[in-house]
Design a protein around this ligand. Structure first.
Ligand SMILES: Nc1ncnc2c1ncn2[C@@H]1O[C@H](COP(=O)(O)OP(=O)(O)OP(=O)(O)O)[C@@H](O)[C@H]1O
Length: 278
C-alpha cells in the first residue's frame, strides 16, 4: 500500500505548564496523495496548531510526524530538508505572509532557488506556468504586494507555495479572506491540483467550501478529534452531538455549499477577471 503523504501519529501539543494550559491531542490523522482532508471545529479547538505541526512549522510535544512514511529527523540533513519542503503552508492573510518589498516574480522564484533550480530558462518557464495556473497576468510580475488586490495576493502566496513543488499543501483558512469569485477560482485550482496527486490538509470554518472540496472531514473539539469520515457521513449524518451542533449552526445556504451555479458556468479566466479589480 502507498504510504500517506502526511501522517500525524498521536501528536500532542501543550501550550504552557499549568493545569489550565491549552492541550491538543493526542491526535492521529493522514492525508493521502490526491486527497483533500478538512479540519473543522470551533475557534480554539486546535486546528491551526495541528496544521502547523503537519507543515513542520511547529514542534509537537509528543507523537510523530511522518512524511511519505519517513521521519525527517531520522534522515541526513539534506534529505530531511528536502522532505520538509514537500509540505508547504498557505495562511489566511496574504498581506502578512508576502514580503512587501519583493516583486511577484521574485516572490515566486525564491522557492525555486531554495529547491536547487539553477537553470534560468526552466525557472522562467515554471514562473510563467504558475502565473497562468493562478490566473495572474504577466503584467503583475514586477508588481509589489501593495499594488495587488487581496485575491491576487493570495494567489501569489499559493503560487509561491507551489513553486516549491510540494506533495502536500496545508491551507489554514486560505480562502476565507477572499470574495466568492476568488474563492471559486482558487477552489477550481485546488481541484485540478488534487487531480494531479497533490494532497491537501485544509483548515476551514466554511462548511460549504468543505463540502465542495474535501474528500474527508475531521472534527476537532477542545483539542480532540470527535468524529471523522467522508464529507457525506460527517456533514449529512453526523454521529457526534458536537458535529451535529456545528453543522446546525451553519446557515442552510452555506451548509449545502454556496450556490455558485451561475458563476460555475464561466471559464476560470473570466471569473478571475471579474475578481481582479484592485
Ligand atoms: N502560541 C500559542 N501560545 C499559547 N497558546 C496557544 C498558542 N497557539 C494556540 N494556543 C491555544 O491553543 C488552543 C488551540 O488554538 P488553535 O489556534 O490551534 O485553534 P484553532 O481551532 O485553529 O482556532 P481558530 O479557529 O480561532 O484559529 C487555543 O486555546 C489557543 O489559545
Amino acid at each position: 500500500m502507498t504510504k500517506p503523504l502526511i501522517e500525524l501519529r498521536d501528536v500532542a501539543i501543550r501550550y504552557g505548564r499549568g493545569a489550565r494550559a491549552p492541550t491538543i491531542g493526542p491526535c492521529s490523522l493522514q492525508v493521502a496523495a490526491g486527497e483533500i482532508v478538512a479540519l473543522v471545529g470551533e475557534s480554539g479547538s486546535g486546528k491551526s496548531s495541528l496544521a502547523r505541526v503537519a507543515a513542520g512549522l511547529q514542534q509537537a510535544d509528543q507523537g510523530t510526524v511522518l512524511l511519505g512514511g519517513e521521519i525527517a529527523a531520522d534522515l541526513p540533513r539534506g534529505a530531511a530538508r528536502a522532505l520538509l519542503r514537500s509540505v508547504q503552508m498557505v495562511f489566511q492573510d496574504p498581506s502578512n505572509s508576502l514580503n512587501p518589498n519583493q516583486t511577484v516574480a521574485r516572490t515566486i522564484r525564491e522557492p525555486m532557488v531554495v529547491r536547487g533550480l539553477r537553470d534560468r530558462p526552466a525557472m522562467e518557464r515554471a514562473l510563467a506556468g504558475l502565473m497562468e495556473l493562478l490566473g495572474l497576468p504577466e503584467r503583475l510580475l514586477g508588481a509589489k504586494p501593495a499594488s495587488l488586490s487581496g485575491g491576487q495576493k493570495q494567489r501569489v502566496a499559493i503560487a509561491r507555495a507551489l513553486a516549491m513543488e510540494p506533495r502536500v499543501l496545508v491551507c489554514d483558512e486560505a480562502l476565507s479572506a477572499l470574495d466568492v469569485v476568488n474563492q471559486l477560482a482558487v477552489a477550481r485550482r485546488f481541484e485540478a491540483l488534487r487531480g494531479q496527486g497533490l494532497g491537501m490538509l485544509m483548515v476551514s470554518h466554511d462548511l460549504g467550501m468543505v463540502r465542495r472540496l474535501a474528500d474527508r472531514v475531521i472534527v476537532l473539539r477542545a483539542g480532540r478529534i470527535v468524529e471523522q469520515g467522508s464529507v457525506a457521513q460527517v456533514l449529512d449524518e453526523p454521529a457526534d452531538a458536537y458535529t451535529r451542533a456545528l453543522v446546525r449552526a451553519t446557515p442552510d445556504v452555506l451548509r449545502g455549499g454556496l450556490d455558485l451555479t451561475a458563476l460555475d458556468t464561466l471559464a476560470t479566466q473570466e471569473i478571475l477577471e471579474m475578481g481582479d479589480h484592485p
